[in-house]
Each structure stands twice: as structure tokens, then as C-alpha cells.
Design a protein around this ligand. Sequence first.
Ligand code: IVH
Length: 698
Amino acid sequence: MSDQPSLFDEPENDSSPSTDADASALTDEVQQLHQALNQANYQYYVLDDPQLPDAEYDRLFHRLKDIETQYPDFLTPDSPTQRVGAQALSHFEQVTHDVPMLSLDNAFDAQDMRDFNRRIRDRVKQSGDVRYACEPKLDGIAVSLLYENGLLVRAATRGDGAVGENITQNIRTVPSIPLKLLGKDYPGILEVRGEVYMPKKGFNAFNEKALARDEKLFVNPRNAAAGSLRQLDPKITAARPLEFCCYSLGRAEGGSLPSTHSEILNQFSKWGFKINPEMSVVQGIDGCLEYYNQLAEKRNDLAYEIDGIVFKVDDINLQQQLGFVSRAPRWAIAHKFPAQEEMTLLKDVEFQVGRTGAITPVARLEPVFVGGVTVSNATLHNMDEIARLGVKVGDTVVIRRAGDVIPQIVNVVEAKRPANAKDIVFPSTCPVCDSHIERIEGEAVSRCSGGLVCAAQRKEAIKHFASRKAMDIDGLGDKLVEQLVDEHLIESFLDLYSLSLDSLLKLERMGEKSAKNLLAAIEASKQTTLAKFLYALGIREVGVATAQNLVSHFLDLKVLVKADLDALLEVDDVGPIVAKHLLSFFAEPHNQKIIDGLLNIGITWPVIEKKDTSELPLAGQTFVVTGTLASMGRDQAKDYLQRLGAKVAGSVSAKTHGLVAGEKAGSKLKKAQDLDVPVLDEGAFLQMLAEHGIQHAS
Ligand code: IVH
């Protein structure tokens, strides 16, 4: 924020609100900014349908912040700027729920559901089908949100159902929760209940980062949501990707609500809450069972974890007639999905070696049916994770398999540990090639130092070499590579090019036709591009994009292999780490031999001519492309820029001449704005292309 915030964008208004007229104009503006920002939040986080470009959102947000800084009277707790920023607490206050937060009975199969439906029909003496509202049972934690005159005044956890904890500060940081209700016709007092949860994507990203930093992992999304909300410092909560979805009314005073559960939720949605888009109303038990089966099919494709379906009698009058038993309503039930967590025996731990030598402990389990499949292996990530779990061979462990994620061990049932349980010992040398194992300070992974001496690394290197984005050798799948290496037909990818029909035919299950096709595919792979070849070599940290940048910069392999550190650092997106990997790869005599060998057997690519770009319209300029463009992919955009003579870089700096920003542009856009780098939205970009004679047909 600048020291002297300009109050208005238009110069004629550039004064402080010294008169009533100014103050009233400002009040109007603040109100409009609140409304526009709340609406944009609602569209983005609740409806998942962003309407306002990020840049415009940022502009409005900063404008509001500026006004609030200069005139603190305009700063109200419901301001969209006030989500984060509260001081850390020393403890959470207790909150007594006006209406207890109940739990749900469970149904584990169709029979349980039929019994539930029969009990209801008997009680309310209904002859026809009962109408049920159906919603996924989100796997997060229940919270209560209290609004007074439309403003969020208190948020609490469920606790024991009667007393929970006041987590208002943390809840304010969850962007899908309105700080102020939308519309006008809401009850003066409204308590809304629902689930705070961490979607799968955010959960996986969080755990990946934690793993890389050698920090504790969350065992499941519920635990992630609970852990994130129980932070005394709201800044920590704010950084966690949490969402909220409402599923019931707590209480309402001073206003009227519809007479069915489903209509109430729809009304909540209009007041700014997220409701589950899968919600549906069905007739009778058959409708419930059909809904359950449909959602079970969809379960893995949902963006969040669910552990069952909640069925609720839709008619509120009927709900009231039915009432409660102990701590659960008679009018609702949770039909659970098969468990995603099961216990089994850890029989052994083996150590797998990946392409870059990373050694991963893999748990061999007594096969167990979990989350719909039989699981016999689970990842243990690294040695620190083993230490954290305190797991030993022979232990009974809890396995979790969620969606398509690799099954994990979430904890150890220590009470079941046998006397002869064995410690897990990390090997001191590579289990495949016996080379020594290195662990770099600050990294969680240990690596085999054997490089291509190591059969495991060789197999992975060959698989990578043959893959589609590399040399694209059709028909050379993972199993075949393993067979070829195990049978000593090849040692490195260079040997692929001396395979003969005779030797291939000696392999088990290899017919003449497949063998001939494979040889033809290997031969065809000799015609490639320099970028694919470079990527195929499997140099650490050199992915498709980096390979392409290296090629665009050096044009010729001979020049690249001789490049020194300074020369490498000139390449877009190449930093000191990638440069170091390149230098050590090309310095290794073994790698030099393989490259020479590959060239000698006739691998070629079209020569890349150095074009004289100095006359092109964007010569000497550097652009960055970010976000999603509606009319073309980012690669296409980069290609156009390069055709006009521009360089395309991966990150924005003060030297960047322009940022092409599509929808959902994030940190790069912010950085460009901070550095005053010109930003082109898609329209401006297309116009610039057109001005330079490129007509893009989308
Ligand atoms: S209704 C009286 N609906 O499940 C009805 N609960 O076992 C109370 N949950 O603590 C809850 N999704 O945290 C309801 N669509 C949904 C739900 C849901 C998840 C959780 C909630 C509650 C627990 C009950």
C-alpha cells in the first residue's frame, strides 16, 4: 500500500471527504465495493463460476483497502478485507449450542435402509412414499454459524453436541462462508450448520508439500479440516484450502423459512451459502437406494471425500412429528459407503528404487478389501514417516485407500503388536545394485548413488526413454522393459537399437509379429526432435518444457553439452539447480558414451536454423504467459510470441515486457501488477497478435 493512498481514481474526485457530499459519495462507493466483492466471492467460491476477472477483483479489493486505511471509520467487521488479520488466540472459548448439534444413525446396507423407511412410515402412518432429501455425507467437521441481522457473529465446532469451541476467527478465513448474507429477506437471527472440509486436491497438495519439507502428513481430509480449524493463529487456517457446505438449519428467529428441508437449503444458497450440487429429492426407499448407487459410482470423481449419503425426510412437519431418539433424529440416517480404512497385517517392508535413485519403502500387506479394492501394498514414503508412525514388521496397521491415491498406512494398532515385531531397518546400500545411499541435508529422500549401474534405475531410465513424450517407442511397455533388462538383453537404452529379432523371440510370450512391430518402432524412433531426445535422456529436473527451452536457446546439442554454468543460467526457466544437474550429467563419461552411441546408430533430428529475429516486432522483449486462455492453449500463445521474436520466460521479473494473463491468473499476475509490468488480457493479446499480422482462429 502506498503512503499516500489516492482516494479516487478520477482526478476530479481526488480529495478527502471534507464535505458531507464527499462523505456520502464515499459511503456509496464503499457499499458498492462490498457488494461487488461479496458477489465475486460468491460466484467464485460458492457457485464455482467466476465472473469477475482476477485483476478486476484485485483492483476493487485494493481500492477498498485504501479507503479503509485512510478513513478507518469505513472499516467494518463484515468488510471483505477482514477475513484474515485477527491476532492469534491463547485458547478457544466455549460455546453452548442453543439447539444441540445431533449426530446421525448409520445404515450399512439396503436392509438397514428399508428398516429406517419402515419405521418412519409406521410412525407417521403414511401410506404413500415418503419424500427424502439426499445429500453426500461430507468427510469434514461440523460447524455452526450464527448470523445476527445478516452478519456472521459467531462460529463454533460441534464439540460434544452441547458445548463446542468458538472458532469465529478461523471460520472468517474460509472464503466460501459469507461474512454478510446476500439479499435482504433473511431472519434476524439465523444459525446455519454445515461441514467444513478440505477438497482432495488441496489435501493432496498439502501433503505433498509437507512430505517434501519433512513435516507431518494429515492422515485424511477430515483430520486435515479439524487440524486446520483448531489453530489458534487464524493466519495458519487462512493458508489451508478449506471449504464450507451447509446442510441444515440450526435455528431462525424473525423471519419465515420454507416448509421443506430441500427448499430451506435452496434458500440458504440464495443468501450466499454453498450447498451440495449433488443434493436431490427422491420418492421412497427405491429412490434412496438408486441415489446411493449413483453416488457410489461417482464417489471417486468428486472433488471431495464423502463417506456415505445422508437421507432426510424432506417435509419439516413430518420431521417435527418424528422427533429424536437419544442424540439422533428419527427423520435422518447416514447410509455409509464401504470403509476406506481397514486393519491388516504388515508382513514386510521392501525398498524400491526409482529412476532418479530415490528409495521408497513399500509396505507388503496381508491383502485386505478396502475402499472397494483389494490392497496388498502401501507406500511408507520415507524413513521419517516410518519413524513417525513407529511402525514395525508384524504390526497390525490401519490402511487407508481413498479415490485413486496410493494406499497409505495411517496408524499402528499398538495393542496388537506381537512380541517378535521387527524394527524396519533402512538399507545401508542400494537393495538392487549395492551402491552406497546418499541423503542430502534438508531433503526427505535418500537416493542410490549407483546411477545407471543400478538395474532399478536403468529400468526406469529405459521406460522414460521409450515414453510417449520422449522417444515414443510404440509397444515398449513397462513389463517388456523389465523383461529385457532381467534377461540381460539390454543394459541401457542405447542397447535397444541393437536388439535383434532372434533375441526378442527368446522372450516369454513374444510372438513374431509383436517382435517385428517393436523393432520397427525402435527404428522409427531414430527420427526425432532435439527436444524429445534431450528429454528422453532423463536428466534430473529436465522436463519437456525445460528441454524445449534449452533447445530454443542453444539450437545445437554440441553447444549445449559444452555450455558452462553462466551460459546455462541464461536459458529461460533454468536456475542453479537445473544447471547443476545438466553440468554433472554431461560431465559424466558414461553419459557421454551413451550420447555418442545414440548419435552413431543414427538418431537424428531436423537441424534448427538460427533465425534472424532482430527485425521481428517483439525482438528483444520478454513475455510471460499465465492463466487459462479461452481461445488457445498456453503453448500456442508462447509459439505466437516467439514467432514475433519475443522470448518467453516462466516467471515475471522487473525485466519482463508483458504478461499475457488468462482467466484464473494467480501469483504471476499479482507480481506483474506489483512491478508495474504491462498486463494483457486475452482480448488485448489477440489484438496485439492481429496488429502484427497473426489472425488467430479459435
Ligand atoms: S445432517 C441432525 N448432513 O455427519 C442432522 N450431516 O454423523 C445432523 N455430515 O456431525 C447432521 N455431511 O458433521 C448432515 N449432508 C450432511 C452431512 C452431515 C456430513 C456429518 C456432520 C455430522 C455427522 C453426523
